[in-house]
Design a protein around this ligand. Structure first.
Ligand SMILES: C[S@@+](CC[C@H](N)C(=O)[O-])C[C@H]1O[C@@H](n2cnc3c(N)ncnc32)[C@H](O)[C@@H]1O
Length: 212
């Protein structure tokens, strides 16, 4: 009877169980651990640092800057953005909490990420915006972002639309993860948007938009 109940619950939550199993198998097999955790390698973190420095340089004048990150996950890259950008920079990080490698339900995922980011949220340096990327883009009426970092939905159309938005908003640098990852549509969207090429480190790519 107990086994039947477990089986029933697994069937009921089969989508979540299958996604969790797939992430866990990747972790057990060792390859692509960073992929399975959704995070960045050390080399890719260097790419993020370079992208932030290109986005916020002395040449671009004073004034407080805004960085926009699509895809917070647990806030690890958000922390790197916050540590790398000069004071006075605000990081808006957007996530709809639809995916995480540990199969946490969206509410718990959000609570966990809020705890990770708590010191930054408390100072107001980071603002965590719990909504879909498209909804955020539609209602954004803030300043031109210094950097837009794309690491949410990795499908071709989603990345294409985020790049179009970032260009329309006059982002100084557009950047993101999973360039060259054959599993996703990121590479096609990036190459179409920037046929002249982008800089990259590992799978982190970036493009200063004023550069032709
Ligand atoms: C690969 S993870 C992000 C990893 C994170 N940038 C890091 O380096 O640690 C993708 C995240 O994007 C979120 N996500 C996926 N599609 C989204 C969408 N359409 N709008 C907002 N967030 C989305 C998922 O919930 C997940 O937390």
């Amino acid at each position: 009877m107990r086994k039947l109940k477990i089986l029933w619950r697994m069937l009921k939550h089969r989508k979540a169980v299958s996604s969790l199993l797939s992430s866990h198998l990747s972790l057990l097999e060792g390859d692509g651990v960073a992929d399975a955790l959704g995070g960045l390698t050390a080399e890719e973190e260097e790419g993020v640092v370079e992208a932030v420095r290109a986005a916020i340089s002395d040449r671009q004048g004073g004034g407080d800057k805004v960085l926009v990150e699509f895809g917070t996950l647990f806030g690890l890259t958000t922390q790197l953005l916050a540590e790398t950008a000069p004071s006075g920079t605000t990081i808006l990080t957007v996530d709809n909490f639809c995916w995480n490698p540990f199969g946490l339900p969206p509410d718990l995922h959000r609570q966990f990420t809020e705890k990770v980011l708590r010191p930054y949220l408390n100072t107001g340096r980071v603002k965590l915006i719990g909504c879909d990327s498209a909804a955020f883009r539609e209602r954004y009426d803030g300043a031109a972002p210094a950097l837009v970092f794309l690491d949410a939905d990795h499908g071709y159309a989603a990345v294409r639309d985020e790049i179009v938005w970032a260009k329309e908003k006059n982002a100084v640098v557009i950047s993101g993860h999973d360039y060259g990852n054959p599993l996703f549509g990121v590479t096609r969207a990036v190459d179409e948007a920037f046929p002249e090429g982008v800089k990259h480190k590992g799978m982190v790519w970036w493009k200063p938009t004023a550069e032709r």
